[in-house]
Design a protein around this ligand. Structure first.
Ligand SMILES: CC(C)(COP(=O)(O)OP(=O)(O)OC[C@H]1O[C@@H](n2cnc3c(N)ncnc32)[C@H](O)[C@@H]1OP(=O)(O)O)[C@@H](O)C(=O)NCCC(=O)NCCS
Length: 183
């Protein structure tokens, strides 16, 4: 069952992140946040929101969406994309290893595309390791398109992708197939 997470889910999210970050097949897939606690807390209701999938009472998958790029400082990270107040960032996605391959990631992305549209966002952005083929495949399947490649001073390479969540000017193939919506 999917549901939006709240502050009471903080410990479950931290535990899920701990498990996933401790078992990455490639450390480049997800670099631990500088401040894990603030990142998680902030994405529960301060500058974003999170959605989780539960198997019984257990949180087994979660995604974080940044809705206030300024408060979260994501506007700096995405500066080259010239972010505006109508942008959101798909900031984190994690699925426990034993639950992978069940399309939970794709379902979570769809939840957040709907959430982004509900608050009037026009563009969703994400930053994905070029080596993270599984994650890339999910985003591309849900209508994201790669807009640029970036390299950080520490050598990390990231592909930027974005998707319109609304707006008449969209001509993305995923829209006509109904994955994002037909605005
Ligand atoms: C990335 C992650 C969230 C994907 O979760 P998931 O629920 O297993 O993903 P899905 O089941 O929705 O599958 C996504 C796509 O990858 C494909 N896929 C499955 N295994 C794959 C593999 N080994 N290599 C490449 N693609 C693969 C699936 O077929 C699916 O594509 P399709 O729907 O077009 O067939 C999960 O692997 C994870 O938590 N990884 C560690 C953290 C991470 O990398 N987060 C993303 C940071 S951007």
């Amino acid at each position: 069952m999917w549901r939006r997470l709240d502050v009471d889910d903080y410990d479950a999210v931290m535990a899920l992140r701990q498990t996933v970050l401790g078992s990455l097949p490639d450390p480049d897939f997800y670099v631990r946040e500088d401040d894990e606690r603030m990142f998680v807390r902030g994405h529960l209701d301060l500058f974003g929101e999170s959605v989780g999938y539960f198997d019984g009472d257990a949180l087994v998958a979660y995604l974080a969406l940044t809705t206030d790029l300024v408060s979260s400082a994501e506007d700096i990270e995405f500066a080259s994309c010239e972010p505006t107040f109508s942008d959101v960032v798909f900031a984190a996605a994690m699925v426990l290893p034993e639950y992978r391959g069940r399309a939970l990631h794709r379902a979570g992305i769809r939840h957040h595309i709907a959430a982004a549209r509900a608050i009037g966002a026009l563009r969703g952005m994400a930053q994905i390791s070029a080596r993270n083929h599984r994650s890339l495949r999910s985003y591309l399947s849900e209508g994201f398109r790669i807009t640029r490649a970036v390299e950080y001073p520490d050598g990390r390479r990231r592909l930027r992708s974005s998707t319109p969540t609304a707006g008449a000017a969209c001509c993305w193939s995923a829209i006509s197939s109904g994955a994002i919506g037909s605005h």
